[in-house]
Write a protein that binds this ligand. Sequence first.
Ligand code: GLU
Length: 439
Amino acid sequence: MTIRTRFAPSPTGNVHIGNIRAAIYNWLFSRHAGGEFLLRIEDTDLERSTPAAVQTVLDSLAWLGLTYDGAPLYQSTQRARHLEVAEMLLTKGAAYKSDKGGTGKGEAIVFKMPGTDISFRDLVKGEITKKAEDLKDFVIVRSDGSPVFHLGNVVDDITMGITHVIRGDDHVENTFKHVAMYAAIGAPMPQFAHLPMIVNAQGKPYSKRDGAAYVGEFQDKGFLPEALFNSLALLGWSPGDDREVLTRDEMIAAFTLDRVRQAPSQLDMTKLLWMNGQHLKRRGVEDLVAGCRAAMQRQGLWREDIDPAYFQAVIMCMGERIRLYSDLGEQAAFFFTEEYPYDEKSVRKRLLKEGALAILREELEVLVALPEPFTAEATDAALHSLAEQTGRQMGDLVHPVRVAVSGTGVGPGLFEMLAVLGKSRVVARIRRTLALYGG
Ligand code: GLU
């Protein structure tokens, strides 16, 4: 039997990460099994399912590399088939007509629950049962003749030969209805796997207010598709060892549903940024250079006279501090201009502190006297010996220089930073800072 999964989004104009994670699991599961992954667009809400909304789904899939087999099935094209099955259920006595609301607009078709408890074995949650008395009959065709979600969803899964339905937790209640429908229709039942919700730090469903919740927002923020893919795959699943940074192929090889957790998974933006940094590193220096450069162009910080070797040295110096391409421009713009701003708080705390400017003056003398090459080892040794001679702590020496040459109290390792900036820039910057702050 060919394993066949599907992604069945209702296009709304945005693709929530919870939905795309379901797509990722369906994709990984079918690729692992050498099966097929199909796409069905549940576009029966004609007001929301505009061509643009459908395109957003297709773009998100393409960006994440979620390739699907065959052409997408548009649910709206299947209406005749849905109604045919509803008629068949009427004939079998598994459904009945009702004008319950007494609207006079026509009769709805209602599915009749079998009157017994319903159970199914969920591949994540195990056996789940719902009592007969909690299972109510439900409408499958509205009085205006339009099929309801449950009918379209089940009939299309049968038409497409879906063997495994992997979807969000919020569909568990629907699945009891669907299980009854499969039995009444007499179609082979797929296996079901319901995925835990993605929640925020407070344990509430993850939403737009928690940062970014849609695929397009992560793309706009500059996340790499492989990093978002990897992060979402690990939200509720693990490869069974301590690997975290994984390629698509590694995930395909390791993916099984029995390692999907039942508990809700918390999306942590810091972790996601870390993951992006890891994947940036994997892409290599050339990609990092091109990406940071493009980001700086967008930020209006790029200048054509930036020396390529210097640019690369800055990137290497920033190292893992670059988690998004845009981080370079945001955190390291001072490398590329002599008009870098001074952060007020750092100035107050590090430069205007009692004795700090005097220390900076001594440091300037020591650094000016250093011969080229102005290496990290050389400045490190020079400032250490100054600390020793004057009986001061290294901390008292490190901070004033850092703020002087970068305008800020945070950044890469001081001595690496001084080496990249080079002696003439460092000396000029310290002199300028001393003049500015009255040293
Ligand atoms: N259109 C439904 C949704 O997006 C499909 C659910 C399913 O996967 O069956 O929630």
